[in-house]
Design a protein around this ligand. Structure first.
Ligand code: GDP
Length: 195
């Protein structure tokens, strides 16, 4: 499913640049360096599709990819860069808010969390925003290969506890490793079953 049939469509900096909402859409969010580009590349089977270009202060774009002809995959810029100028952060937050509250075809947001760190303070802004926008979101734990099973159980417990506070949270947590290919099939399946 999806492999080899994904293409970059466009980077969007304002609502009027959005492509028409004419197909099922999923978006991916996560703090910088969480492994978002690696995951999108693994998911789509395209090695260099999403690039690691989260330079602090860089113009923030919402990147649209097409998955076959039936879906949009949307890459939201990584957050958590304290160095970004306030004016840029505020402009980006306005766009993000407008996108999340106004996109009729957005079926699910995948929020990526580093398995080693769990949900941190910096993640709560996006979780709160998704929740307020009534966008169903699902946590994807990344870099699962970097921790032991016992530690993973603790992280899952922490994340589950945090998610129980959010009505918009989808309870299933997806464990992934882009490096090892763990959970990539599961994630593809989840995207494929959204209607
Ligand atoms: P982004 O900033 O969220 O797009 O993160 P990247 O995909 O660029 O990944 C950040 C760093 O984490 C890179 O050095 C990746 O090689 C590494 N990384 C990403 N996914 C994994 C993974 O599943 N396992 C391991 N061990 N490292 C990963």
């Amino acid at each position: 499913l999806f492999a080899g049939q994904t293409d970059f469509l466009k980077g969007v900096v304002a609502m009027d640049g959005m492509p028409p909402a004419d197909r099922i859409e999923v978006c991916f969010a996560g703090r910088s360096n969480v492994g978002k580009s690696s995951l999108i590349n693994a998911l789509t089977g395209r090695k260099a599709l999403a690039r690691t270009s989260n330079t602090p202060g860089r113009t923030q774009e919402i990147n649209f990819f097409t998955l076959e002809d039936s879906h949009y995959l949307v890459d939201l810029p990584g957050y958590g860069f304290a160095e970004a100028p306030l004016a840029i952060v505020e402009k980006w937050q306005r766009l993000l808010k407008a996108y999340l509250s106004g996109r009729q075809t957005l079926r699910r947001a995948f929020v990526l969390i580093d398995s080693r760190h769990g949900i941190k303070k910096v993640d709560h802004d996006i979780l709160d925003l998704l929740n307020r926008s009534a966008v169903t979101f699902q946590v994807v734990l990344t870099k699962a290969d970097k921790i032991k099973a016992g530690e993973m159980n603790k992280v899952i417990e922490q994340v589950s506890g945090e998610l129980s506070k959010y009505p918009a949270a989808f309870p299933q947590i997806v464990l992934t490793s882009s490096e090892k290919g763990t959970g990539i099939g599961t994630l593809r399946h989840i995207v494929g079953t959204l209607v």
